[in-house]
Design a protein around this ligand. Structure first.
Ligand SMILES: [Zn+2]
Ligand SMILES: [Zn+2]
Ligand SMILES: [Zn+2]
Length: 342
């Protein structure tokens, strides 16, 4: 099953996150309630690495059994925005106002008026202006009920509604979707894969360095466009004016689009050559594209064979005589960026 996991393992930011979580005592990405945020909760640690759609990515990992959902709570969400930052409010069943209060209700038997105790100022009935008189004879206490200050309605049970603190809409509990809140724990399978990937990455770095290159993996370089381009590995030789960078990457769909986009990234950073691995394979069209743009590639069924083949290919290329290397790795220059002046 390592072919489908390799897509996740190639995700540099995810690998960094997993390495961080592996160091935590409980190896878990924790949910944190935060009122000011869109959903009313966040995964701050994961967001540092995964950015805006963190929860979506965590869910995808859970769907692929790479992380384990650990139930925290089931809560109501806003039907409009999904936020769980809701407040329960009591509404008047007559006019919907939230100005409802619990009060002791008194009935003045002699005139039949019923109202909250607060209306009987100085023990005088507000309707007939007579004194209240004797309890149990002239008036009776009817217990606690709710009174609406807006429409004066007296009622036993107010309507309970949830209000979304984000977009200020109210809805009944029965209209609110239930939202399950989870922490996400690392599954051993993901840990093993990441460890293996890190070992392979280190293995590739060692081998490439043994050939006289400096390496960075993963490597981010700012291109001429100003965009930060990330590669699986960048091998550098020479200094100053003579400095050359060879970029290495791993692609997953094997499509022409993926090859084009890698080429564009490499050109943007002025790479001298591109070597990439396609897991598990490259389409025939993509091979033609790679060949015509002077990109070197290997195909490999999984990560472990990828490491070996990349290293072998790299060694083959750099150990061949200068002219051959120029021919193979100099392919990018042949196409050249449009701005390049001869
Ligand atoms: Zn909302
Ligand atoms: Zn009312
Ligand atoms: Zn009265």
């Amino acid at each position: 099953m390592s072919a489908d996991i390799s897509g996740f393992v190639r995700n540099v930011r995810l690998v960094k996150l997993v390495l961080r979580v592996m160091d935590l005592p409980d190896k878990t990405i924790k949910f944190e309630r935060q009122a000011g945020t869109a959903q009313g909760y966040r995964y701050p640690l994961a967001e540092e690495y995964l950015g805006a759609n963190t929860q979506e990515q965590l869910e995808e990992l859970a769907d692929n059994s790479l992380m384990e959902r650990q139930f925290v709570a089931k809560e109501f969400g806003c039907p409009k925005c999904g936020s769980v930052n809701l407040s329960l409010r009591l509404h008047c069943p007559n006019c919907d106002s939230t100005q409802v209060e619990r009060q002791d209700i008194i009935e003045h038997v002699s005139c039949g008026f019923q109202g909250p105790q607060s209306k009987f100022v100085d023990n005088v009935c507000p309707k007939c202006s007579q004194p209240l008189g004797q309890v149990g004879v002239d008036y009776v206490r009817q217990g606690t009920q709710y009174v609406c200050r807006s429409c004066d309605q007296i009622f036993q049970a107010p309507i309970q509604k949830l209000t979304c603190m984000r977009d200020d809409i109210s809805f009944s509990v029965s209209d609110a979707p239930e939202v399950s809140l989870y922490n996400y724990g690392l599954m051993p399978r993901l840990e093993e894969e990441i460890n293996r990937a890190v070992n392979q990455q280190q293995y590739i770095q060692e081998k490439v360095e043994a050939l006289g290159f400096k390496t960075r993996s993963p490597a981010t370089m700012t291109g001429r466009s100003g965009v930060k381009q990330t590669f699986f590995l960048v091998a550098t030789s020479g200094v100053g004016f003579m400095k050359t960078n060879i970029v290495m990457d791993i692609i997953n769909t094997g499509s022409t689009e993926e090859v084009f986009s890698l080429y564009a990234k490499a050109i943007d950073v002025g790479a001298y050559g591109v070597l990439f691995a396609a897991i598990p394979s490259l389409s025939d069209d993509a091979k033609k594209v790679a060949d015509s743009y002077g990109m070197t590639y290997v195909e490999a069924e999984d990560m472990s064979t990828t490491a070996d083949r990349l290293v072998k290919k790299f060694a083959e290329l750099v150990e061949t005589p200068e002219e051959r290397m120029l021919e193979v790795f100099g392919g990018l220059g042949k196409q050249g960026p449009p701005s390049q002046v001869a």
